[in-house]
Ligand binder design. Structure first.
Ligand code: RFL
Ligand code: PHB
Length: 389
């Protein structure tokens, strides 16, 4: 088989890239290790920043997002039993965020690939990339029927997430890795109950961070800071609710419980691999970088990478220009580091740190500052809704 762009991974990065290229008349094939059901059900991100929504709208894949997505104009920071609203839209000239599950974005994009007669190839295994330094790179893999296959292409996009094969293919000796692990993880639940809040609540508490998000008017998504090595078996539903009540406690506010339909613990890390390219292989999204989820930025960063890559490839196919491709890694990394800084800020502002009373004193000072100074609040807001691209 031959195509112009071979894409490894049908997450948000790979699927958005395939769609943007299609709109420019550039052919691609998306290879995905999992089955369709799995990628469409995987519960992950829930917050789309303004830039992501703008891009999906311009690309014509926001019809359901505009119908079912919930626009938010503020978030709440809660500490010492009191809530403080950050009026994001007022502080950013009307920019906002949308609540729309990552798996819904993925479903819409897979539907768009199908409508174009170009669905992802699911359940491939033993994917390997070859000859990325030359002019004729190719990908080999095994199909769901156990047949060996080969995909020849001009360019390979490594959109296969943090545990994929594309970043290792760049070669450990060529990659500079900057990384930070945190001494905590997030226990996340999806609960079949109407959210107890209209806007997202980020709560700082001596017992640890907690967050209240949502997926729909009848579906709540909540998180608790826990030990990263903790076992979800240690967290029966009653214990989760008890801990959530304690960390969100505020006079006149109550948390409504409901059946927990999904739960799990995710470790938190910050990670940047540079450069995001080797020859004809370009890394995008979680394959190249990870941010802790406190800033709600991972998916949005993945979308920004492939926006840059699609523009560079469009110029390359239009007039042979390689400038955009040559600048791809540096262009993306500037935003990656801005977002790393914001995600680190949100993470260290809100989580219980292992340190001493000095850390806690600084955190309270920063929380009071950001909830009383308009300049500080605006800085948080403009990063949260996403700085213009
Ligand atoms: P993905 O989504 O991991 O997709 C990679 C795809 O590649 C496939 N794959 C392979 N396919 C073929 N061959 C191989 N060898 C392969 N190896 C892997 C995988 O099966 C998969 O389908 O990466 P992508 O596209 O870069 O997207 C990144 C986002 O998924 C990620 O950054 C976000 O989920 C992060 N994140 C959040 N981001 C936000 O912008 N807003 C949020 O509110 C937000 N909340 C979150 C989050 C991530 C979380 N977890 C679980 C890590 C909340 C949580 C709890
Ligand atoms: C989510 O809804 O899953 C979510 C929201 C905000 C975050 C992280 C995750 O910062």
């Amino acid at each position: 088989m031959r195509t112009q762009v071979g894409i490894v991974g049908a997450g948000p990065a790979g699927l958005v890239l395939a769609h943007l290229l299609h709109l420019q008349g550039i052919e691609s094939v998306v290879l995905e290790a999992r089955d369709r059901e799995y990628v469409q059900q995987r519960v992950r991100a829930g917050v789309l920043e303004q830039n992501t929504v703008d891009l999906l709208r311009e690309a014509g894949v926001a019809e359901r997002l505009d119908r079912e997505g919930i626009v938010h104009h503020g978030i709440e920071l809660r500490f010492d039993g009191e809530g403080h609203r950050i009026a994001m839209s007022d502080l950013t000239g009307g920019r906002a965020i949308w609540i729309y599950g990552q798996q819904e974005v993925v479903k819409d994009l897979i539907a768009a690939r199908e409508a174009a007669g170009d669905p992802p190839v699911f359940e491939v295994s033993d994917v390997q990339v070859h000859d990325v330094d030359g002019d004729a790179p190719f990908i080999t893999y095994r199909t769901v029927d156990g047949e060996d296959a080969r995909l020849d292409c001009d360019v390979i996009a490594g959109c296969d997430g943090f545990h994929g094969i594309c970043r290792p293919a760049v070669g450990a000796d060529r990659l500079q890795i900057a990384e930070r692990e945190y001494p905590f993880g997030w226990l996340g639940i999806l609960a079949d109950v109407a959210p107890s809040t209209d806007e997202l609540i980020y709560a700082y508490h001596d017992r640890g961070f907690a967050m209240h998000s949502l997926r729909s008017p009848t579906l709540s998504r909540l998180y608790l800071q826990v030990d990263p090595d903790d076992d979800i078996a240690n967290w029966p539903d009653d214990r989760i609710w008890e801990e959530l009540h304690l960390r969100f406690e505020a006079p006149g506010w109550s948390l409504t419980e409901g059946p927990i339909i999904e739960k799990g613990i995710t470790p938190m890390r910050s990670f940047v691999a540079a450069p995001m390219r080797r020859g004809k292989l370009f890394l995008a999204g979680d394959a190249a970088h990870i941010v802790p989820p406190t800033g709600a930025k991972g998916l949005n960063l993945a979308v920004n990478d492939v926006r840059v890559l699609a523009e560079a490839l469009t110029a390359f196919y239009a007039n042979g220009s390689t400038t955009g491709l040559d600048e791809y890694s540096d262009t993306c990394l500037q935003r990656v580091w801005r977002v790393q800084d914001f995600s680190t800020y949100m993470t260290t502002l809100l989580h219980r740190l292992d340190g001493d009373d000095f850390d806690a004193g600084l955190q309270r000072a920063r929380l009071r500052y950001v909830t009383t100074s308009e300049a500080a609040a605006r800085s948080l807001a403009e990063n949260y809704v996403g700085l213009p691209t």
